[in-house]
Design a protein around this ligand. Structure first.
Ligand code: NAD
Length: 516
């Protein structure tokens, strides 16, 4: 397996698109082989400030160009993304170690979100009349103004789709973007950005900087009018504090410890097949991935048998085609974290049902999909996010017990319910404290619903991406209300004395017709 099918020239060309004058570099490894993939420039806070100034200048014309222009550009970018998909998937797999299938999912959702923003931005952000508080007396409309410069900070795990879910709505709403890419996803971000530049996005409008997390991340928050952060809860908390000090808004897409509930009316084999995908796609390095399964006793044995059988059948390896089901972890740090969680659980008495070991024979960071039982609260993997291929199966007596256990986490990002009855599954879904709930699916039903908000409750985040909510976060609303002049508002005591009766009559009339 070569470190990469990306040729050196292509990598060098992409790296020149970074907004930096830095000469220092850091090696980036290819997860499938552990070989050095390329040397990535280490940007500085000055690079961010310079890029931010250029982006702000470019934003004026982009905003003035209007929705129709932006729609045409973004639809062109959509087509280029799809035309370039094989090369994008090569880049994605080479940087992250994921399978071709999951690389395709990224391209699919990146293209979907681009189309969605292109075609909906105008209607979501159109100036609209609102009811005024006093009909005949005042008239009200609301318009939206782009924030200006949006800071986007992205992790390494889904460098194409998660990046576009923030960048594209920001652009569609008329903003500029300065983005901090993780070292391990920078090439993918730069490659996808090229599609947008070719489509007509001015290069200065969307700047990408790499470098030390805290230095570049802080500089991005300091430069921006709004910040989108995707990453761990601990870093997200720091970003929120810094944004709060500047009184700028932030959307935070953070960690999860996502539960999947298997109710006692499922067909266990079918549920197990879907549940396996929900746990091990991208080898669990996915914020909405399942790490806890609660199965009702009546189906626990058969579900677990099918589940473990299916896990053992997964084909793991490095392949830049569709011949594997699971790939590699992305880094040595990830391998260390996963190993620590599994070793800790086993040392404290957990039972190993499948996996539980690294696979250096496949590549330096490969780890087997791992299934545990008898996981107790004192184990690291019980409540901390593993962010890897480790799931714990818990047997519960009742639906109530499953719901209580699912909700007993500090996180509330994603959840899943499997049931043979849709009404029952929907009732259970409504009781779960999670920003998204999938029925008879792990995460793809909601992740693919780009017209619906995505985000977390509790320590899984703040704000939402996707849907109208995902666009509205990038604008300031401006209410313009005008006096009609037909009925003047009272100004003096005497005018109040004569008008209070009329005003109360108006309130009673509005109440009678139930007007908002
Ligand atoms: P991380 O928090 O370590 O890093 C995320 C990004 O923040 C990186 O680009 C990093 O360089 C940068 N960063 C580091 N220190 C910073 C600082 N002080 N200020 C600003 N930025 C800083 O997370 P990670 O390990 O890259 O990603 C894994 C985590 O991300 C997991 O917890 C996962 O659940 C979460 N995640 C959440 C979502 C979601 O949509 N909710 C999606 C993907 C990943």
């Amino acid at each position: 397996m070569p470190a990469s099918t990306l040729d050196r020239g292509r990598i060098a060309e992409l790296v020149t698109d970074l907004s930096t004058t830095a000469t220092d570099t850091v090696p980036v490894l290819a997860p499938f082989t552990g070989e050095v993939l390329h040397e990535l420039p280490v940007g500085t806070a000055h690079d961010v400030a310079d890029a931010a100034a250029r982006a702000r200048a470019a934003q004026r014309a982009w905003r003035a160009a209007g929705f129709a222009h932006r729609r045409a550009v973004l639809l062109r970018a959509h087509d280029i993304l799809l035309a370039e998909r094989e090369r994008l998937m090569d880049t994605l797999q080479t940087e992250t170690g994921k399978t071709r299938g999951q690389a395709f999912e990224e391209v699919f959702s990146g293209a979907s979100v681009t189309r969605y923003c292109a075609v909906t931005a105008r209607s979501v952000l159109a100036t609209r009349r609102r009811h005024s508080g006093l009909p005949l007396v005042t008239r009200t409309r609301v318009s939206y103004k782009p924030k200006g410069l949006v800071g986007v900070i992205t992790p390494w795990n889904y460098p194409l789709s998660l990046s576009l879910m923030d960048v594209v709505p920001a652009l569609a709403a008329g903003n500029a973007v300065v983005q901090k890419a993780d070292n391990q996803g920078a090439l993918t971000i730069l490659a996808s950005r090229r599609a947008f530049i070719e489509a007509g996005v001015p290069a200065a409008l969307w700047a990408v900087v790499t470098g030390d997390g805290a230095e570049i991340g802080n500089a991005v928050v300091d430069a921006a009018d709004y910040v989108c952060f995707t990453g761990s809860t601990s870093t997200g908390t720091k970003v929120a504090e810094r944004a709060a000090a500047r009184l700028i808004g932030a959307s935070l897409e953070l960690g999860g410890k996502n539960p999947l509930l298997v109710l006692d009316d499922v067909e266990p084999g079918a549920a197990a097949a879907d549940a396996v995908y929900a746990c091990f796609a991208s080898l669990g390095q996915l914020c909405v991935s399942i790490e806890r399964i609660y199965v009702q006793r009546a189906v626990a044995d058969s579900f677990t048998r099918f589940f473990v059988e299916r896990v053992r059948q997964l084909t793991q390896g490095p392949a830049l085609d569709y011949t594997t089901d699971v790939g590699s972890l992305t880094s040595a740090a990830q391998l260390e974290r996963v190993t620590a969680h599994v070793d800790d659980a086993l040392a404290k008495g957990a039972m190993l049902l499948a996996g539980g070991r690294a696979r250096p024979d496949l590549g330096p960071f490969f780890y087997e999909p791992t299934v545990l039982a008898d996981v107790t609260d004192d184990m690291l993997c019980a409540s901390e996010e593993t962010f890897g291929p480790v799931v714990a199966i818990h047997v519960v007596q009742s639906e109530d017990e499953a719901v209580a256990a699912a909700n007993s986490s500090q996180y509330g990002l994603n959840a899943s319910v499997f049931s043979g009855s849709l009404p029952r599954a929907r009732r259970v879904a409504d009781r779960l404290d999670a920003g998204s709930v999938n029925i008879n699916e792990g995460y793809r039903a909601s992740f693919g619903s780009i017209d619906a908000p995505m985000g977390g409750m509790k320590r899984s985040g703040l704000g939402r991406r996707n849907g109208p909510e995902g666009l509205l976060r990038f604008v300031e609303s401006r209410t313009v209300a005008e006096a009609t002049g037909r009925v003047p508002l009272p100004r003096t005591g005497a005018e109040f004395a004569t008008m209070t009766g009329v005003l109360v009559a108006i309130l009673m009339a509005l109440r009678a017709i139930r007007r908002r």
